[in-house]
Design a protein around this ligand. Structure first.
Ligand code: PMV
Length: 347
């Protein structure tokens, strides 16, 4: 099949880890399994226009972000193409015009690498399928996650939803270090339409890039224990999700967030990524949980922003609480209300 000119558009979401990935070996293989909720409203929408040209030694592309050419984002994408070109040799045969927009504010401290790279991976797979129409949908999803992983580990968890496991784990049938899979067991109804409010505490540049962060685990005194703990937590989380054990969910999710930050507090060099307002928010969440007998809980990425997770049936009460009491701790009172989603969407 010969294709001269074609373009594909995909919208792929961000995700939030319940059990965290922190530590990897080459080429982007995780030191422990992780599991995440796929988000819905926080997403990247990417169109890639492919025009056939004489084969090049490395990928040839232009990059537009929010309508403007973005030279500063190009090296990361160029690295990504270098890593995937042996799996997708056709990237060398096309000039690519990549145009992306994010649904969330740029530099909000919300990781855009997961949504950004998974969207590019889906566009590549659409071209691959156009070149080879016999590919199955299951293969396309799996390979897209495989490719996304090579760009950013957590991006492997942004293709499907609502729950994705990445990393080989004995308790998760079909799990793999090289791609994410949909959580393979029936999830209890309390986790349907689970809510995630992202409180933008600090919109500044990330203090610790994730590449640097993962490398901190190489000579980390607690690394081995952390990897064991995370894998045990994936087993526990699997049980919790199936049983609908909300109290245990709250404890495990918060413990995971703090364990991630504990790794950064105890690495060489060390980092404190939480801000005073991160702690204020956590304190308020804990008070609210007791006072309202709520199942509200928090989690954190490698930064100061707080993700607040809560069941759908507490949505109204907790959204009011966020607006009236927590928004004041956010930069410009900014927060984003999101809900678990279903992964990549075409067009
Ligand atoms: O995908 P990366 O390399 O940006 O790493 C992401 C790591 C955390 O967001 C901190 C945890 C996770 O599992 O998503």
């Amino acid at each position: 099949e010969k294709i001269e000119k074609v373009s594909f558009t995909w919208q792929t979401p961000s995700n939030i880890a319940l059990v965290k990935y922190w530590g990897k070996s080459d080429p982007q293989l995780p030191k422990n399994a992780s599991i995440s909720f796929t988000l819905n409203n926080c997403h990247t929408r990417t169109t890639i226009g492919f025009s056939k040209q004489e084969s090049k030694a490395c990928a040839d592309f232009d990059l537009f972000f929010e309508g403007k050419e973005k030279e500063e984002f190009k090296p990361k994408i160029a690295d990504f193409f270098k890593r995937v070109q042996i799996y997708c040799p056709y990237v060398l045969d096309y000039k690519m015009i990549i145009s992306s927009t994010n649904s969330f504010p740029h530099s909000s401290g919300i990781a855009s690498s997961a949504s950004g790279l998974s969207a590019i991976a889906m566009c590549l797979m659409s071209l691959e399928q156009a070149l080879n129409p016999s590919l199955t949908a299951a293969f396309i999803i799996k390979k897209a996650s495989f490719l996304a992983r090579l760009g950013s580990g957590s991006a492997s968890r942004s293709i499907e939803g609502p729950l994705v496991v990445w990393g080989e784990h004995p308790a998760i049938v079909g799990s793999s270090d090289v791609f994410g899979i949909q959580f393979p067991y029936k999830v209890h109804a309390v986790f349907e339409n689970y809510q995630d409010a992202i409180l933008l505490v600090d919109k500044g540049e990330k203090q610790v890039s994730s590449t640097l962060g993962h490398n901190l685990m190489h000579d980390h005194p607690y690394a081995e224990n952390r990897f064991v703990q995370a894998n045990e937590n994936v087993s526990k989380m699997s049980e919790i999700l199936q049983k609908g054990a909300l109290k245990a969910f709250v404890n495990l999710v918060e413990s995971e967030a703090l364990a991630l930050h504990a790794m950064m507090l105890t690495s060489t060099p060390y980092f404190i990524l939480m801000k005073p307002n991160t702690l204020e928010i956590i304190q308020k969440i804990w008070e609210f949980r007791v006072a309202e007998n709520s199942n509200i809980c928090f989690t954190l990425d490698a930064g100061a922003n707080v993700h607040i997770l809560y069941p759908f049936n507490e949505k109204e009460k907790i959204n009011r609480f966020i607006e009236s009491e927590l928004a004041q701790y956010c930069q410009n009172k900014q927060y984003i209300l999101d809900v678990v989603g279903h992964g990549a969407k075409k067009g």
